[in-house]
Structure formats: C-alpha cells, structure tokens
Design a protein around this ligand. Structure first.
Ligand SMILES: Nc1nc2c(ncn2[C@@H]2O[C@H](COP(=O)(O)OP(=O)(O)OP(=O)(O)O)[C@@H](O)[C@H]2O)c(=O)[nH]1
Length: 522
C-alpha cells in the first residue's frame, strides 16, 4: 500500500494541501477556460471584422474603378466628335488628370500614336506607344482595366482605357488613365485610408496572384505562391480563413474579390497580435485575483488550524492515556465540531475505564486480598519512600501464636476470619501514617514512622494486650508475638532491619510467646 510508504502527514497539512490543490486547480481551469472563450471570441470577431473590411474595400475599389471608367467614358464621348482638335484633346486630358485626381497620367492615343498627355510631355506627342496597356487597349477596342505591367520608365502600372469611335463606328483609338502602383495614387489612398486596428493590414492581388497593393510597397509587383487564401480569392470566393503568411506567422484573414477585375482583397491580422491584449488581460486578472487568493489561503490555513487542533490534541492525549492527568487534559480540549466531540467523548469514556482498570490492577498488585492491607511488594515501596525522605521508622513483626491450632480446631475459614479480625484491631490502633501489611500466612508488619524502639515497644505492647483481651467470634481469644526493630537505629540496611525484627520475634516465640521483644542493637 502506498500510504505505508509515505511519512505520516498531519491533518492541518493535508487540509492545506487539499484546499491549495482545489483552489489552484479551480483558478487555473477558470483562467484557462476564460482564456479559451475569450480567445475564440477575439479570433472570431477579428475574422468577421477582417471579412467585413475586405468586403468594404472590394466594393470601394469596384466603385472607384467604375467611376474612373465612367470619367473616361464621358471624356471619350466628348473627344470622339473632335478627335482632330489637338487643343481640345490636350484640354481634356489635363482636365481629367487634374480635376478627377484619379490617374497619375492620362493619354489619348490615336491608333498607336500619342495625341495628348497629362502631365504635359510634348516630346512624346505624335510618337507611337508600345506599352502593354496600350497594345492591349488597341487590340481589344473595349473598356479595359489592364493587367499590371512595367512602363518604359520602369514603373509598375495598370491602365484603364476607354475606346474612341466616330459616329460611323470607326475605331479612333482610346483615352486611358494610368495608376502607378508603387507610388502614391488614388487606389493606394483608398486602401490605406481605412481604419487600421493594431497589426491589421490589407493587400491586393491580381488574377495572376501578383501584389497590386501591400503596405510594404517594395513587395508590390511580386508574385505570391502557395497561399490558400489567395488561391480562393482569385477564384472569386469570399470568406474567412486562418493561414500562415509568407513570414510563417499565423494570420486571421478575411477576403473578398473585386468583381470588375478578378483582383482579390485580403485583410488580415496576426493571431499573435490579436491575442496579445488577451495575454495582458489574463495577467491583469491574475494580478487582481492574487491578493484575494492569498487572503483566502490564509483563511483556509486558519480554518485548517482550528479543524486540526482538537484532533491533534486528542491524538496527543491518546499517547498518554495512563497519565493520571489525562482526564483533565482531555476535558480541556475545545472540540467544537461533531466528529471531534464524539471522539473526545469516546476517549473520555475510554480513559475512565482504563484508569479504573489501572487503579484496580494497581490496587490488586499492592494489596493482600484477604485482609486488604498492603502486601510485601507494596510495603517495600512504602519503606523505600520513607528511607528516601530520611524518615526514621520502627518495624513491628506480628505473628499469631499457635495459629495452626486455630485452623486445625475451627477450620481454615475461621482462621481467615481470625486474620481479618486481627487486621481490624491493628488498623484501629494505627495512626494515619502507619503502614499495615500482611507479609505471610499469619505474619503482619506494622510500620510506625518517626518512632524509636521505646515508643514502638509501647505501641506493640498496647496492641498485644488489646489482641489478648479481645474475644473473637467462635475462636475466642488469641495471642500474638511481636518482634521490633528500627531504621536506621538497628541498621541502615532495610534487610538487616527485617532480620533484626525476625530475630526479636523468634526470641519472643522462644520465650513463651504473647510478648513483644525489641531487637538488640549489635
Ligand atoms: N486460615 C489461614 N491459615 C493460614 C493462612 N496462611 C497460613 N496459615 C496457617 O498458619 C499456620 C502457621 O503455622 P505455624 O507456622 O506452624 O505456626 P503457629 O501454629 O502459629 O505456631 P507459632 O507461630 O510457632 O506460634 C499454618 O497452619 C498455616 O496453614 C491463611 O491465609 N489462612
């Protein structure tokens, strides 16, 4: 069993351990679940808001492109009627560029020949144009938003063009505006003017997964491969996703396509940034919870102390149940709750029984059962105490004369009666501090503290005379002989004192019995 291998732990420690484990695990699990719930909410909120953001920008971009196209359409209508009026063409491109602020530059192209530009560049007027956007526009002869391409001057641009036709439907060229993707333009401003939450950014890709807009302008024009979100958005899907960006950071993205161009707009925020505020929140919550947790722990500590104290005291009491004071000690224990009260009552009951039994055993061990006087063991103990206290005393060895005859004549039971009767006479004549003991069949010892040989002899005589003159039921009269010796007068050694008393008794028996003899001092 495991518990046998463990050291015995005290109750207070166990209660504290239990309370600490319970409160710490409760706190940890509540922090954990709070964190998880908040995390899910934050992530879901961020995904939703990024989605809404991407949608809003997609429709704003759509609107912008549509408005730009309408501006070009309006100009086209104006120009078509006066295609050979160079002054009017120049005026119109200037108006378009300056008034609308939609394009970095505007050009009117008459079938591959530049007719007017804004900003005004006279050196390229009447020169052919070979840019990708121009060739595309000339070829397709319809309203067109080109793919991004490098201009002759090395700018990454897109062009928006509107075809020009005369009343007969002959193709005249186009009017087109260009946006410089890496420079400040109306599209950039449109994408950047929106409210940015910390860490949130957007990027725009074209149908070929090429970056048209990115907060890091250096990346504009580069292609992005292996990006699940971009794959979806250029396929015309809209929605939310959690994915790794090119730097390997986990991102919460919302994405939406731009209907007119097959571009995709992605608004995303790093998970790390999103959750940073939550980490701070949890740290703050822990900080605020900590003082209360410490107070609770102290209270639990005190409570554990009050719960364990009576049990601890009862357990200590249980180790000293034979102590005569254990009853008083047990009674003083404040057992304030049910179990400890029951335990205390049971222990009090047990101690009472135990002490009664111990008392009885002690009494039995020290008492002669017939006469209820001290036995030899008890007598020796009492004499030792007197000697330790240096209290002088006299020993009277009392022996019934011809007791055998009593037994033989009246029977053993009557003999016992005689022994009891003699005991009662001895006790009656004894003082409080005298010690009465039966040390053999019909041999008694009477110890007289603070008596010398002379006074002891007088007392012995009084006893002898009383016995001699007392008639006992059935038996009649008996006599006793007494040998007397004193400590330390006869000897410092108690055995020697006994021997002296024995000798004196023997002498009394030898010289006619019914007499008292003081031992001689050798
Ligand atoms: N009734 C009874 N008799 C006992 C008890 N113990 C010893 N005796 C008897 O006491 C008697 C002692 O006899 P003895 O030692 O010969 O001495 P005595 O007859 O008293 O003679 P002396 O002492 O010489 O005067 C014996 O008969 C024992 O059986 C006892 O507890 N009860």
């Amino acid at each position: 069993m495991l518990y046998k291998l463990l050291p015995a732990l005290n109750l207070r420690f166990l209660i504290l351990l239990l309370a600490l484990t319970a409160s710490v695990s409760t706190l940890v699990s509540s922090f954990h679940s709070t964190y998880q719930v908040q995390k899910e909410q934050l992530m879901s909120y961020t995904l939703k808001s990024n989605y809404a953001y991407a949608n809003k920008l997609a429709s704003a971009t759509d609107n912008f492109l549509e408005a730009a196209m309408q501006q070009l359409a309006y100009s086209a209508k104006k120009i078509e009627l006066s295609i050979n009026n160079d002054a009017l063409l120049q005026e119109e491109v200037t108006r378009l560029n300056l008034q609308t602020n939609s394009f970095n530059s505007v050009v009117i192209n008459k079938r591959g020949i530049i007719a007017a530009t804004s900003p005004d560049l006279p050196q390229i007027i009447d020169k052919p144009i070979y840019s990708t956007g121009a060739l595309q526009a000339l070829e397709q002869r319809q309203p067109l938003i080109s793919e991004p391409y490098m201009s002759a001057a090395g700018n990454l641009i897109i062009s928006i063009s509107y075809p020009l036709f005369n009343l007969q439907g002959d193709y005249l060229g186009y009017v087109g505006g260009t946006l410089y993707l890496k420079e400040r333009n109306i599209l950039n401003s449109l994408l950047e003017q929106h409210y940015y939450k910390e860490g949130t950014y957007i990027y725009v890709v074209d149908a070929n997964k090429r970056l048209l807009y990115h907060p890091d302008h250096e990346r504009i024009g580069t292609y992005i491969a292996n990006n699940a979100i971009i794959d979806k958005v250029v396929a015309g899907e809209r929605g939310t996703a959690t994915a790794l960006n090119s730097q390997g950071n986990e991102m919460l993205a919302g994405f939406a396509p731009v209907a007119q161009t097959q571009w995709g707009i992605v608004a995303q925020r790093p998970v790390k940034t999103t959750l940073a505020s939550l980490d701070l929140l949890i740290v703050e919550v822990i900080k605020r919870t900590l003082p209360m947790a410490i107070i609770t722990f102290i209270l639990i500590g005190l409570f554990a102390h009050f719960i364990s104290r009576p049990l601890k005291q009862l357990a200590e009491g249980a180790t000293t149940l034979d102590d005569p004071n254990s009853l008083t000690k047990l009674k003083s224990i404040k057992s304030w709750y049910f179990e400890s009260q029951r335990l205390k009552l049971a222990m009090l009951k047990g101690v009472n029984i135990l002490q009664m039994q111990i008392g009885q055993l002690r009494y039995d061990a020290q008492t002669d059962p017939l006469t209820e006087t001290h036995n030899r063991r008890s007598l020796n103990g009492l004499l030792n105490q007197l000697m330790l206290k240096q209290t002088p005393f006299a020993i009277l060895e009392i022996d019934i004369d011809f007791f055998k005859r009593v037994n033989d004549t009246f029977g053993h039971a009557k003999g016992d009666e005689a022994l009891k009767a003699l005991t009662s006479i001895i006790k009656k004549l004894s003082r409080k501090d005298d010690i009465v003991a039966r040390i053999g069949g019909e041999e008694f010892v009477l110890v007289l503290p603070n008596e010398n040989s002379e006074s002891a002899f007088n007392i012995a005589e009084r006893l002898r005379i009383t016995v001699e003159s007392t008639s006992m039921e059935t038996i009649g009269f008996i006599t006793i002989s007494i040998g007397i010796a004193t400590w330390p007068e006869h000897s410092n050694d108690i055995d020697q004192v006994y021997k002296c008393a024995d000798k004196a008794l023997y002498h009394a028996k030898e010289h006619g019995r019914n007499q008292c003899v003081v031992a001689q001092i050798s």
